[in-house]
Design a protein around this ligand. Sequence first.
Ligand code: NCD
Ligand code: ZN
Length: 350
Amino acid sequence: MNGGPERLSLRRPDDWHLHLRDGPMLQAVVPYTARVFGRAIVMPNLVPPVTTAAAARAYRERILAAVPAGCRFTPLMTCYLTDRTDVEDLAAGFAEATWVAAKLYPAGATTNSAAGVTDVSALDAALARMAEMGMPLLVHGEVTDRSIDVFDREAVFLERVLAPIVRRVPGLKVVVEHATTEEAVRFVEEGPDTVAATITAHHLLLNRNALFEGGLRPHHYCLPVLKRERHRLALRRVATSGSPKFFLGTDSAPHRTGDKECACGCAGVFSAPAALELYAEVFAEENALDRLEAFASLNGPRFYGLPANQDKVTLCRREAVVPSSIPLADGSTVTPFRGGGSVFWSLDRG
Ligand code: NCD
Ligand code: ZN
């Protein structure tokens, strides 16, 4: 054990990349995020996707209805971009604060991305308008070209697709979501101040060996897929560096246990039940607990042009067991990241 503090208070953090789903899954997972995070960027990849401001308003109401009494939690909605995004609706939704950003899923890149963008040049008018309004573009940065090795799809996307967008649309705020590679780290570090990235806890904790440890590990499978150790170390370096360009985004992405543990399992790691605790573990291991607040609570709001949360949360160095399974009202379950295992930091409930 290192000699760090036993308790750590920080401004209430926000989760800048989260999947909450809908129906019984939404009901089951919202409390885990709302217990600790003040706000979260809610990803729009529902079936059907959240492509209109009206759909985003209705979804926000369903999320708020699932927030436990006594939690103050604000969902920040996003627009799912398609080849046919209505630029006027996109702009009006941002102007009236229905949504705060738009998400670019290359069609076929990940869960529920079939309706995503097939040709980014179709987005030119939308991106120009977003740059004008200061509306961030959130990017799932992977090419879908089957001939590209799955471990290279992020690096190839950055070079082929995102670098040209950043050059073509100066001033556009861009978030490289769930950055997983050295190449992504370099892209963000070398890019203008308008380019930032979220980093998940699981990509800071695991490399791709974790997919095959003693057998196939479906609960460690996500997209972008876990990478080599050198990439994990690059992510750890920047997350704990204090750079304002990197911030917390769990990419907590729940799927039913049966949809993960099967012949063709879904991509997504459900980390919400231990999210902040897992990041604290990483920062403690890196002797950087004094930088956790910047990463978790300050850099994100600054990039989005929002105030940091006013209240605080306290973590203490105390072991706690992560639930091995969480029941849904329809009788199915969802399995958390590190379910049945321990975290070494816990939230102090005062
Ligand atoms: C996410 C999901 O399940 O919605 N899956 C994942 O592996 N991260 C989608 C995404 O963010 O790619
Ligand atoms: Zn995601």
